[in-house]
Design a protein around this ligand. Structure first.
Ligand SMILES: [Zn+2]
Length: 80
């Protein structure tokens, strides 16, 4: 619960991303690479190749990035 609150607080202040700071399974720092991953994918790069280039070898971290969806704007509508 604390982690979720920290994530929401961070996102309310920067209004950019809502992704865990660390992988919840292995503990690897992942949040600092989220925007770079998004930029590469938006430029048309294959997500698989992008994850390989960013150094994500474990399935847990790869799943975190591939299944992430930014919902902060949807949540903010409810003024929590
Ligand atoms: Zn991981």
């Amino acid at each position: 619960m604390t982690l979720i609150i920290l994530m929401l607080t961070y996102n309310i202040n920067c209004d950019k991303m809502i992704i865990p700071i660390r992988c919840m399974t292995c503990g690897k720092l992942v949040a600092h690479l989220w925007e770079e991953f998004n930029e590469q994918v938006n430029r048309g790069k294959n997500p698989r190749q992008s994850l390989d280039d960013l150094g994500f070898d474990r399935y847990c971290c790869r799943t975190l990035f591939l299944t992430q969806k930014d919902l902060i704007k949807d949540i903010m509508k409810f003024d929590i």
